[in-house]
Design a protein around this ligand. Sequence first.
Ligand SMILES: Cc1ncc(C[n+]2csc(CCOP(=O)(O)OP(=O)(O)O)c2C)c(N)n1
Ligand SMILES: [Mg+2]
Length: 323
Amino acid sequence: MVTGGELDRDDLLELYRRMVLLRTYDERSVVYHRQGRIGTYAIYWNHEAIQAGATFALTDDDWIFPSYRESAIGLIRGMPAETLLQWWRGHPSGWWSPADWNVGSVCVPIATHLPHAAGLAWGKKLRGEDAVAMAFFGDGATSEGAFHEGVNFAAVMDAPVVFVCNNNGWAISTPVAAQTRAESLADKAVGYGIPGVRVDGLDVLAVYDAARAAVERARAGGGPTLIEAVHYRAAPHATADDPRAYIDPERVEQERAHECVGRFEALLRERGLLDDERVASTLRDAEDLMRAGIAAAEAEAPPDPELLFANAYVNPPGNMRNG
Ligand SMILES: Cc1ncc(C[n+]2csc(CCOP(=O)(O)OP(=O)(O)O)c2C)c(N)n1
Ligand SMILES: [Mg+2]
């Protein structure tokens, strides 16, 4: 299905640029990890259509609440690559102030950022501001108490939140069929009295359309929406995972063959909006940004180990004091 009807040429090319930027960041990060230049990294290869498509429906005043799977989402707001890389290097300069970018801290504890999104959105509403919060989480997150608390609270308060569930079929090694008896994760919306929408998570324009409708509804006072973006995890859960122990490699190969960036690129070529030259220059720009980002991250002075204890103890125990 080709949608995104109201997007003009510049919008479509910007959306493509963001997808390529996200893809390049992800692929380079896996290399940097193997080179020992960043720590364990959560790969999001083939999740770019969800991340770029959903956030394309936001304005810069709207807030984004990422999980570790959307760790680089700040790129689409112009956040420096070195900041994001430093996060994975465990360097304190990787912790940005959420208010600087309207991007919440990367949440590793599953679903814990959903109540944050609900609270922020409710607060905005109480203040008469029309900002929307968009929270990203996985299929596994829908089994967590914080999912229930966040979605229920947002629904009851008509808080302007868009809940974007990336259903990639797996919570590490737990398949979605072992996660829930619900036929679809979007069905869970019924229990909260809010709309639930299911989209193809590899179709960036379908994701955008669903997000745009949800954002409009939220901004108009209609409350939250749950979007389930369905796809299939086409890479390991993270660099520390070996999925050969539990996944069918042939299925993964099939998924990789119709990955989302190439799919959008083909559509734009068909529409005469993209040619080889622009494809190459878009990729080159993204690679340059990453090269500069890792160089800047590595040029930074190592953090002071004392920082580990700052704000943790009024009186550090004896075994944590120097000498
Ligand atoms: C509260 C909590 N429990 C367990 C974990 C360990 N853990 C890390 S990732 C993950 C799977 C999450 O799967 P899903 O929500 O589908 O997101 P995906 O990684 O597939 O994007 C788990 C259980 C965690 N980070 N936080
Ligand atoms: Mg998952």
